[in-house]
Design a protein around this ligand. Structure first.
Ligand SMILES: [Zn+2]
Length: 155
């Protein structure tokens, strides 16, 4: 079987936060991925495509196969998909039975928390200025403009 025709359940992850946004299944994974890309650019009104557009593009998202399924019926495949939806609770599935107001609140909270973690991790990164001083990355600009010994003093 050609790889592009492989059947699987997959997820779409937001790279920034590593949160699963969408779970889908397809008998032709590569084609489905291309379709998602096309739809996210060309104005599909599916929640996931709107979200991808709103965030800035599909390059900010990652596709991951959850499970390859050989010789499976459509019904079985959809059942598997549903199991993963229940487990991963993606926010942008169109017909997500879990998408109550409570879930939305919980999801936003999780998203905020994950986002915060990645922002803090970025801030904690240390860099070395040309003057030799090591400091936190987010302080570098301030340092260069105010405290660095290499600042050229205006005459
Ligand atoms: Zn410096």
């Amino acid at each position: 079987m050609p790889a592009r025709k492989r059947t699987c359940v997959y997820q779409i992850i937001e790279k920034e936060t590593n949160i699963c946004c969408y779970v889908g299944s397809s008998f032709s994974y590569i084609d489905r991925k291309a379709q998602h890309k096309y739809d996210s650019i060309n104005g599909s009104s599916c929640p996931i495509h709107e979200y991808i557009r709103q965030k800035g593009g599909i390059h900010l998202f990652e596709f991951k196969v959850l499970e390859y399924c050989e010789e499976i019926s459509k019904t079985e495949l959809h059942l598997k998909e549903k199991q993963y939806i229940n487990q991963l609770k993606p926010m942008y599935n169109k017909l997500n039975p879990l998408k109550t107001h409570q879930d939305s609140v919980e999801w936003e909270r999780l998203r905020y928390q994950k986002n915060r973690e990645s922002i803090l991790a970025r801030q904690a990164e240390r860099v070395t200025c040309e003057c030799g001083k090591t400091l936190r990355k987010h302080n570098l600009n301030y340092h260069k403009n105010n405290a660095c010994s290499l600042i050229e003093k205006d005459a």
